[in-house]
Design a protein around this ligand. Structure first.
Ligand code: CA
Length: 241
């Protein structure tokens, strides 16, 4: 039995039943909602760990005008940081990009293999666990970061980082795959509003890379996003449980 709670939001009965069954069989506690308003109320009341959210909710009853999955996502993000797996019926990329931009963790195109659903759900929840604030060690392939003890291990070897380097790494690693701007990194690593030169971040980032990357000319962990900031590309370590 798993401890995570999942809310499935789907207006079509058959699809709702199927999706719930797959997740219950995998050990989750599942609640359901058939329209956007009900979904938002349940998110507020039950605080699910993850929401499986269908993008088309046209047939939902008692909800006029009908809210689609994207609107539900936008509304729920004002209050909730629950993980979201969007279900789409289309492979149109702008729909997926919109969902991800508005805070969905992943998407799945219908019809889907039940195994694919449980695999995505497990991956999202595992990632969320590893990146939650104040949680234990962040585990990536070849890299582990212990925020409490402030220890970084690269392939099991202790890496000596300055406090600033450590805090920069932590700020990035807590939000893998997301671009984080220099000013944001400064406020997190220096812990105050730094009014000086943002290139200071680049200097520290260069030193951090020398300590972490196998080849600093081809970084694989810390990517520069020109004109925007940096992005951590560590791959979440796969381990059972
Ligand atoms: Ca639907």
């Amino acid at each position: 039995m798993r401890t995570e709670k999942i809310l499935v939001v789907e207006d079509e009965d058959d699809a709702l039943t199927r999706t719930r069954q797959v997740l219950e069989d995998d050990g989750y506690t599942v609640t359901t909602a058939k329209n956007g308003l009900d979904a938002l109320m349940q998110i507020a009341d039950h605080q699910p760990d993850l929401v499986v959210l269908d993008i088309n909710l046209d047939e939902g009853e008692g909800n006029s005008p009908t809210m689609d999955g994207i609107e539900v996502l936008r509304e729920m993000r004002k209050e909730s940081d629950a993980c979201v797996l969007m279900l789409t019926t289309t492979s149109i990329s702008y729909v997926k990009v919109a969902a991800l931009t508005m805070g969905a963790d992943d998407y799945l195109t219908k019809p889907f293999d039940p195994k694919e659903l449980t695999a995505r759900v497990q991956a999202i929840l595992r990632r969320a666990k590893g990146t939650a604030r104040g949680s234990d060690t962040l585990e990536f392939e070849g890299l582990s970061i212990d925020p409490g003890a402030r220890i970084v291990l690269k392939n099991g070897e202790d890496v000596k980082l300055t406090p600033i380097e450590f805090d920069l790494l932590l700020a990035l690693a807590r939000r893998p795959g997301q671009v984080i701007g220099r000013s944001q990194l400064i406020s997190q690593a220096w812990n105050f509003k730094y009014a000086g030169d943002e290139r200071l971040v680049d200097v520290h980032m260069g030193r951090l890379r020398k300590k972490l990357e196998d080849d600093t000319s081809k970084p694989r962990l810390i990517m520069t996003v020109w004109g925007k900031g940096y992005r951590f590309e560590g791959v979440a370590a796969s381990h059972s449980g």
